[in-house]
Design a protein around this ligand. Structure first.
Ligand SMILES: Cc1cc2nc3c(=O)[nH]c(=O)nc-3n(C[C@H](O)[C@H](O)[C@H](O)COP(=O)(O)O)c2cc1C
Ligand code: SF4
Ligand code: SF4
Length: 269
């Protein structure tokens, strides 16, 4: 079989997932690469062109509490496939990916895809700060190269396949029933009045439309999924975490997750 088109379908608030998917697509080397970014509310409802022969889909999402973000699952759930080859990929912040990749593989199967290979890559942790870096700058050059190599191996695996039915079961580590998940906490970052210029950027990057900027920045805390996109995109550094539990967790991650973890790939060579 030949990969004619690569379709990247992803939820990626701070864009590390998107970057890795792009590197994998580069390694596959297809001429035609289409993006379906389901991160923002306006992207979530976009039409995903029907899959056809020669398509390979790369499904990507970050790991939240060792699982997939619930919002990502909801956004993927309206995709329908009938045997199209797919590669589930998760990005995690150098702590652990636990059940998230297995969950994404199983979701891919439920949506009608045939999982061909899978990968867990490392991205800069959403919660990292200048004072407490956690996997800062990842995916870096080495990660990008590993993603490109993974793409090349996927291409070879697909080229050697007579039909999708010839694929064996893709073995992915993880527990089922799944455990973990992002903790239920009604909290969100805050905007520091003295540094905020009311530019509105935070509102435009929020995946759940939790932020409104008028005379002040108002955040609907119940909608916040703690993705930290608003913090990473604030041009003046006015958007920060102040909640003591989050600050403690950032310290813990910084102190305990410093040892570099490498990407892991499954189903190829
Ligand atoms: C609520 C939340 C929970 C997270 N849980 C984990 C986790 O369990 N393990 C881990 O290593 N990283 C965890 N992370 C970090 C992200 O998985 C990581 O930064 C990822 O690269 C973000 O992907 P994105 O850039 O596509 O948004 C978490 C991030 C958030 C916001
Ligand atoms: S992005 Fe930063 S400066 Fe702009 S409105 Fe939001 S908090 Fe204020
Ligand atoms: S308000 Fe919450 S959900 Fe919205 S961008 Fe900020 S951290 Fe993410």
């Amino acid at each position: 079989m030949e990969v004619k088109r690569v379709k990247l379908i992803y939820f990626s608030p701070t864009k590390t997932t998107q970057k890795v998917l792009e590197s994998i697509a580069k390694g596959i080397g297809a001429q035609d690469v289409e993006h379906f970014d389901l991160t923002l509310p306006e992207g979530a409802g976009q039409t995903i062109t029907p899959f056809s022969e020669g398509d390979l889909v790369i499904l990507g999402a970050p790991v939240y509490g060792g699982r997939l973000p619930v919002v990502a699952i909801e956004r993927f759930e309206r995709i329908k496939a009938a045997g199209t080859l797919a590669v589930p990929v998760v990005l995690y912040g150098n702590r652990e990916f636990e059940d998230a990749l297995l969950e994404l593989k199983n979701l891919a199967l439920e949506l009608g895809f045939q999982p061909v290979a899978g990968g867990a890559f490392v991205g800069e942790h959403s919660f990292e700060t200048e004072d407490s870096p956690i996997a800062h700058g990842r995916p870096d050059g080495q990660d990008a190269q590993k993603a490109v190599d993974f793409g090349a191996k996927i291409k070879d695996k697909v080229a050697a396949l007579a039909s999708p039915q010839a694929l064996g079961e893709l073995e992915i580590p993880g527990r089922f029933p799944y455990e973990g998940g992002a903790m239920a906490m009604s909290i969100s970052p805050v905007s520091l009045e003295e540094a905020c210029t009311l530019c509105g950027t935070c509102a435009t990057v929020c995946p759940t439309a939790a932020i409104t900027v008028e005379d002040s920045v108002v955040t609907e805390v119940e909608l916040c999924i703690r993705c930290s996109a608003c913090i990473k995109n604030c041009p003046t550094g006015a958007r920060v975490w102040e909640d003591a539990r989050v600050l403690k967790m950032i310290d813990w991650l910084h102190d305990n997750c410093g040892a570099r973890k490498e990407p892991r790939v499954f189903g190829v060579g």
